[in-house]
Ligand binder design. Structure first.
Ligand SMILES: Nc1nc2c(ncn2[C@@H]2O[C@H](COP(=O)(O)OP(=O)(O)OP(=O)(O)O)[C@@H](O)[C@H]2O)c(=O)[nH]1
Ligand SMILES: [Mg+2]
Length: 273
């Protein structure tokens, strides 16, 4: 690429980012761990609850990173993650939440639809997904809380599930994917992950970056140039509604776990996915 072409690309990148930063929406039914996922991936402090439905509004979380490479090298790159209220919380609230989803989801370049590993009743999710089928090509599916899959014998400090859990997680992924594929009429791939164990978060994040299908795909492509460790959350820290410490602090965030994983793999302890 000539110097002039590189300069043009850099200007196009900057003006598109200034017009609208890459935007990822995190959605799904109440309690699956949407806010926790954002907290763990990006070290934010969004309120979470261990007991009752928590997020009530679409909440924009601005993130930024110092770009070291790619078309915007040297500049600041912005990314917006949007935390959504949980669907299915209450029959009286659902119409209002669904209106919000209809208004906000089209603004997202990519949508992470979170389901929980131990929930095998998917009729409600199937209905919601049918309603948003026009947006389905931008949806990435995550199955959260896989640390709770039976026989719940995740070895302390291990970065991967036990063999028995791994087999059950595979069965869950196969079952949920088949049932969502059936209603959406396309093959649905799902990423099993755990915020508590920092498991598969990097795979989830990469899937998000790879799933932008609109004319803004090139912006997401360029984001892949950045080292994941460079992402820095700018949102202020907030404690959970119950006053318990945020999971992100407990696990050290995605990047703390990545560092730990590299160290373990280097010493031969890690088992790849
Ligand atoms: N075991 C386990 N629990 C998790 C995980 N991620 C989140 N949780 C728990 O799931 C519960 C709900 O988490 P939230 O992040 O508030 O869920 P949410 O989807 O944002 O809920 P709403 O805001 O009500 O829609 C909390 O008790 C979290 O600690 C995980 O990876 N493993
Ligand atoms: Mg929430």
């Amino acid at each position: 690429m000539s110097v002039e072409d590189a300069e043009k690309l850099s200007q196009a990148w900057e003006s598109e980012l200034a017009r609208k930063p890459p935007t990822i929406g995190v959605v799904g039914v109440s309690g699956v761990g949407k806010s926790s996922t954002i907290n763990t991936m990006f070290r934010t402090g969004l309120p979470i609850s261990h007991t009752v439905a928590c997020t009530k509004e679409f909440t924009e979380v601005p993130l930024r990173v110092q770009a070291r490479s790619g078309p915007g090298a040297g500049g600041q790159v912005r990314l917006v993650v949007i935390d959504a209220p949980g669907l299915g919380e209450d029959v009286r609230r659902d119409p209002h939440y669904l209106d919000m989803y209809e208004r906000h989801l089209p603004e997202c370049d990519v949508v992470l639809w979170v389901t929980a590993a131990r929930n095998r009743a998917v009729a409600l999710e199937q209905q919601y997904l049918q309603r948003f089928s026009a947006l389905q090509d931008r949806i990435v599916f995550g199955i959260s809380q896989v640390d709770l899959v039976e026989p719940r014998n995740w070895k302390p400090a291990s970065l991967v599930p036990s063999r028995e859990q791994e087999a059950n997680i595979a069965a869950i992924v196969a079952d949920r994917s088949a049932r969502l594929s059936d209603v959406l009429g396309r093959e649905v791939r799902m990423v099993p992950y755990s915020n508590y164990q920092g498991y598969n978060l990097e795979w989830l994040f990469t899937s998000l970056l790879e799933s932008c299908t609109s004319g803004r795909k090139w912006i997401f492509e360029a984001l892949k140039n950045f080292d994941l460790e460079e992402w820095i959350a700018t949102a202020p820290g907030v404690k959970s509604e119950d006053g318990l410490p945020s999971d992100s602090r407990k696990s050290g965030g995605l990047f703390g776990r990545l560092r730990q994983r590299s160290a373990e793999q280097a010493s031969g302890d890690g088992v790849g996915r």
